[in-house]
Design a protein around this ligand. Sequence first.
Ligand code: MG
Length: 345
Amino acid sequence: MRITLSDLDLRLRRTFRISRAALDVASNVLVALGHRGLTGLGECHPSDYYGEDRPLVRRALEVLGGWLAGQPDVAPPFDAIGDLLDALPPEVKAVRGALAAFDIALHDLVGQLAGKPLWELFGIEHPAAPVTSYTIGIAPLADMQDHVREAERYPILKIKLGTDRDAETLEAIRAVTDRTLRVDANAAWSVEQAIERIRALEPYGIEFVEQPIPPGDIAGLRRIRAAVSLPIFVDESVTTSADIPALAGAVDGINIKLGKSGGLREARRMIQLARSLGLKIMLGCYVESSVAITAAAHLSPLADYADLDGNLLIANDPYEGVTVDAAGHLVLPDRPGLGLRPREG
Ligand code: MG
């Protein structure tokens, strides 16, 4: 197996603004894993929140490429993907974006060699995938209303909050839509603010609230959950399965992202563990092309909620894979592996 890297600059259709940052171009990394004439594709969006950037991810993947060159030239069977990932050099495994991009490419390649779509290899018989939410970033209220109207075909919206006008934002959004709304504060509130603001949001018919406070304060999450009636999900508070046990009972659910977990293999472990502890599961994403979004979508029938819209927010997606049907459901490819093909036109 031989690895090739390329930069993937994804242009946002609109500036993507959350409580702590704004993005016009996502500086992602694409991995191509070649073997016997087949190519597995993987991708990551290096997350500055977790201290990663493109040069760091590329360096880790170059180390990985050198390590692979010294290994026997065989692709593992599906059941042995984990053994290969466990054997990677520690400095590679420490960079979650690099690990995710390689893990996705490896799954794609192994699925192609097996001639089966990944969802089937994951033991999913009928790929009934959830409806994905579509994210409305922070902007002047009139722009957010325009964006909501433009996103008419998506039945669930995730509204980014975490400014000093959160209630006005929801009032403005509710004035133009009666669709299902989720909100995400991206760690912007204190515990006291969260309790006050979530109570103020309750009349607007919100499905759940994501990451009210900064990670690290599990007692604070418990206090919030006890004080409000809306379900509480965490995103920034959970990266891998090691973070999950302490969250049981403190929150209602967790947002799993391949870019945080380091790929599909760890995400599957997280799903199993979260289920066993009674936590709801959302599959989320970064601003990513159809490569990484389709990878996450192959797991989405195992999740309660999906927020896999990164590819819908960009203007230059080079691939097509998962699609969204007229009712907003994710539709998984039934081609082998990820089931990607180059986007035409
Ligand atoms: Mg989030």
